[in-house]
Design a protein around this ligand. Structure first.
Ligand code: ATP
Ligand code: MG
Length: 654
């Protein structure tokens, strides 16, 4: 087959799991891959049966693209699985350890979680929320956020969590798209020493028009902003005070909606991704257990916000379905100091850390003395998610955070996939830095070319080296059931490029050993003089240079070559910018991956445009470089960054 995307980076360092890790691992027998492949329905059904079902399911899977159903006819409740069964067995076990940005700490046991969630569930019912309704949650990272999610699940309402950094317009847009009956918010939350005024923003959204919203519940977190009087706004504390702690779990059909979540918007307008109950819970449960090797005494620190899918699957549903203990943090990683995450790990003895490459590169930029000054000896496993992790960041993470003894799981998945799809298993996989390695057992991936040809066989022992579009072959339990109220967009976005197959939007390569290398989004792939080059590979080579802290690469239109490579580069703070250094960095890329990848333009800048979840928005850089009006900017973390870049760019180009 042809090579739709060149695969230029070569990385051959190898990190097999340590014998003592293997000896205690939840998964250590490579035979599970073959077992799951031989009968993937049986594999997932076995996991599903580890959950509690009020009524057992019949058929395991029914699939006619793009529609899947899993665990047909089964009845269960996500809150029952995440709370009640553990509260009965072990009421005093801590479910959530939480630290606020100002330093306040709370421990919530499974017994307390059950009472709080039940009270809130009853309160929502009192406000008229019924099974099948939607509730919008707009809260800071406090224990009440997962509690609100679980209260919805308990009474059969679907939640849609809106990240607390979003504006009134974004909140309004998501609330209206989801047709939410209630908004749950707080007076505010702490971020970098300041209060983010969530209630004020909610009032703004409501005054702009949220016709489906009948009430707003307001948690008192940050202080003094008064709750408006009248029957529309309700203080959380008053509302729950009078409620009983008995709130039966609604038996939900396996295919009843659990939540809607809007994607992070790296590539365009966010999509309202729908997940249902049985399949989603099964796969988040199984992946938490195997990928993170979660044990009863682990303290699992996932740094994502519950406003993103990572916080849904790996703060709330996966770990709690396993009866685990999660560590949650409210605020910024540099408040009061740049060692905050390491102090959190030290103080609460976290054993597993799950964070994003953008955060790791920021920590590298800040310097290794911050983690070095803290006791990180409790850590035993590290995870990465959100973007491809470049090998330099992987090795830094391994050395300076994991002290060489913690396996790293680089997990590829999406809001749409609900749970891990490509990831190492820490007791089985010998890692190569920068590779997400292999599909999770039971998952089948193809790499197709533009014509939909392939499939390239992936898996240990494959001799083919190829790259192309990442396509998921068989249905999987936690796959999205669609875009809320927009079946056409669902079909067009994911199921039309290769009819009947799920196209993820990402590029991927496979090496001689069958390891998968994610190449970023295919819309970001550049066509330079007839070669398809992934922006991720050039960025990875750039940050490999000792002077470079961060880089974003795009292709801009070029008369002769089709596209020319433009690199936006942030230098490390101690480095001085000189023309010689710029030349040297460009040469470094050419040496690392070949002359074809040498950036034509290099712009040194102070910041890159990122989504609020920390992903680089290359489409906006393309708009800047090609002098176009900027596309959708509502998911941008800091709009001033693109405005400044645009000005600088235009000045430079005249
Ligand atoms: P939108 O779909 O609205 O543009 P988004 O794709 O950023 O937003 P998410 O669902 O949060 O929204 O992100 C999923 C994407 O993140 C994947 O498609 C992939 O591009 C990237 N990604 C996630 N984890 C990894 C990983 N481990 N390696 C490489 N890429 C990853
Ligand atoms: Mg996406």
């Amino acid at each position: 087959m042809s090579q739709p995307i060149e695969n230029l980076l070569h990385e051959n360092r190898n990190f097999p799991p340590a014998a003592d890790f293997v000896a205690q691992a939840n998964a250590s027998d490579p035979a599970i891959y073959a077992e799951a492949d031989a009968d993937y329905e049986a594999w997932w059904a076995k996991w599903a049966r580890e959950l509690h079902w009020f009524e057992p399911f019949g058929a395991v899977c029914e699939f006619e693209a793009p529609n899947a159903k899993w665990f047909l006819g089964g009845k269960l409740n996500a809150a029952y699985n995440c709370i009640d069964r553990h509260a009965e067995a072990n009421p005093d076990k801590v479910a959530i350890i939480w630290e606020g940005e100002p330093g306040d700490v709370r421990h919530v046991t499974y017994g307390e979680l059950k009472d709080e969630v039940s009270r809130l569930g009853n309160a929502l019912k009192q406000l008229g929320v019924q099974k099948g309704d939607r509730v919008c949650i707009y809260l800071p990272m406090v224990p009440e956020l997962p509690m609100a999610m679980l209260a919805c699940a308990r009474i059969g309402a679907a939640h849609t969590v809106v990240f607390g950094g979003f504006s009134a317009e974004s909140l309004q847009e998501r609330t209206n798209d989801a047709e939410a009956k209630v908004i749950i918010t707080a007076d505010g939350g702490w971020r970098r020493g300041k209060v983010v005024p969530l209630l004020q923003i909610t009032e703004e959204a409501v005054s702009k028009g949220c016709p489906t919203v009948q009430s707003v519940v307001v948690l008192n977190r940050a202080g003094d902003y008064p709750i408006p009087t009248g029957s529309f706004y309700h203080a959380w504390s008053e509302l729950v005070a009078s409620q009983a702690t008995d709130c039966p779990c609604e038996p939900m059909d396996s295919e009843d909606m659990l939540f809607i979540l809007y994607t992070s918007g790296s590539t365009g307008k966010p999509k309202g991704i729908v997940h249902t109950t049985g399949g989603y819970l099964t796969q988040t449960y199984a992946t938490t257990k195997l990928t993170f090797d979660l044990k009863p005494d682990d303290i699992f620190f996932c740094t994502a916000d519950c406003g993103w899918v990572t916080g849904h699957s790996y703060i709330t549903y996966g770990p709690l379905a396993n009866g685990g203990t999660v560590l949650m943090y409210e605020g910024a990683p540099d408040t009061p100091n740049k060692d905050r995450f390491w102090r959190l790990i030290e103080r609460h003895k976290a054993t597993i850390l799950y964070t994003a490459p953008t955060a790791i590169r920021t920590f590298m930029k800040w310097g290794e003395h911050f983690p070095a000054d803290c006791d990180l000896s409790s850590l035993r496993l590290l995870g990465s998610v959100g973007e491809p992790i470049n090998p330099e960041a992987w090795v830094w993470y391994h050395e300076h955070i994991g002290h060489g003894k913690c396996p790293i799981v680089d997990t590829w998945w999406q809001t749409e996939t609900g749970a891990h799809m490509v990831t190492p298993l820490p007791g089985i996989t010998a890692n190569k830095p920068g590779s997400a390695t292999h599909p999770f057992p039971g998952i089948a991936i193809s790499i197709l070319d533009e014509q939909g040809e392939g499939p390239v066989v992936t898996g240990p022992g494959s001799e083919t080296t190829a790259s192309g579009f990442l396509v998921i072959d068989r249905p999987w339990p936690s796959m999205t059931r669609g875009i809320y109220n927009d079946p056409e967009r669902f079909q067009a976005t994911y199921w039309s490029k290769f009819p009947g197959k799920y196209f993820a939007g990402d590029g991927v390569a496979v090496d001689d050993d069958g390891f998968l290398w994610l190449l970023g989004r295919v819309d970001d792939i550049m066509l330079v003089a007839g070669h398809n080059i992934s922006t991720m590979e050039v960025e990875s080579a750039l940050v490999d240079h000792h002077a470079v802290a961060e880089a974003a690469v795009i292709g801009r239109t070029h008369d002769l070559k089709g596209q020319a490579i433009a690199a936006f580069v942030i230098l490390k703070s101690e480095v001085t910018e000189t023309p010689a250094l710029v030349d040297e960095i460009r040469r470094h890329v050419a040496e690392k991956i070949g002359p074809i990848a040498r950036p034509d333009d290099m712009y040194l800048c102070g910041e890159l445009p990122k989504t609020r979840s920390g992903k680089i928005m290359r489409r906006l850089l393309r708009d800047i470089a090609e002098g176009r009006a900027l596309g959708d900017t509502t998911t941008l973390a800091d709009p001033s960054v693109v405005a400044t870049l645009k000005l600088q760019y235009e000045e430079k180009e005249g």
